[in-house]
Design a binder for this molecule. Structure first.
Ligand code: HEC
Ligand code: HEC
Ligand code: HEC
Length: 131
């Protein structure tokens, strides 16, 4: 004879397993990236341009900096509030954003972009976690 309770329980477990990838991914998709500002950046209070502008256009700024330095030998960029910046990925951006992992990578992993810059430019040495 069939045991109705067991069949229903079996069906329920089957349903949960079948739909697992769906609701598991729902949970993940809802988690937006949280880039953490390093203490160095917090102390500086402002970025090269406004936060909104940086979030949307930092790639263009980096491209412009590279062209200006490599082709035109310019070194100084006048940014937000007339502040001067040394146009350098390693020596300027990463001086404030001292953790690539906690900052840059938080967003990049989310949108799945992998800038190849670090094949040549040095990334900051990450502080060893828990050691
Ligand atoms: C003088 C320190 C400093 C430098 C140099 C600097 N940043 Fe920032 N950055 C900050 C601060 C502080 C914020 C947060 C600004 C705010 O909340 O108004 C920020 C914000 C950002 C954001 C937006 C983050 C978000 O959560 O939306 C991006 C992207 C960014 N910076 C990238 C860069 C890049 C790329 C460079 C080099 C071209 C750079 N930063 C140079 C201090 C700096
Ligand atoms: C607030 C989220 C956020 C933060 C923080 C952030 N990025 Fe990005 N970055 C993006 C997004 C989104 C893209 C992809 C944009 C596109 O494809 O149009 C991107 C693209 C780039 C690119 C171009 C890559 C390519 O292959 O086209 C570079 C270079 C880059 N980021 C450098 C940095 C650096 C360096 C930092 C840390 C100092 C940083 N980003 C922090 C969101 C972020
Ligand atoms: C194949 C090696 C290589 C790769 C990959 C590379 N760069 Fe460079 N980059 C250089 C060299 C060499 C210079 C010239 C250094 C100088 O004149 O100070 C330079 C200069 C720059 C400069 C201006 C000077 C400085 O100190 O930062 C910026 C900004 C820059 N690159 C950004 C980028 C970004 C953003 C990426 C990734 C999207 C990238 N680079 C990928 C080799 C590379």
């Amino acid at each position: 004879m069939y045991d109705g309770g067991k069949i229903i329980a079996g069906l329920l477990i089957g349903l949960v397993l079948l739909t697992f990838p769906f609701w598991y991914n729902l949970g993940k998709a809802a988690k937006l990236p949280e880039p953490k500002l390093a203490p160095e950046a917090q102390k500086a209070k402002q970025c090269v341009e406004s936060k909104e502008y940086m979030a949307a256009h930092h790639m263009q700024i980096l491209n412009k900096w590279r062209d200006d330095v490599v082709r035109k030998r310019y070194r100084i960029y006048i940014g937000l509030n007339g502040k001067e910046f040394n146009m350098s990925l390693q020596n300027e951006c990463m001086k404030c954003h001292t953790s690539k992992k906690e900052f840059c990578d938080q967003c990049h992993n989310f949108v799945d972009v992998k800038p190849y810059c670090w094949e040549c430019h040095l990334e900051p040495k990450e502080a060893k976690e828990g050691k």
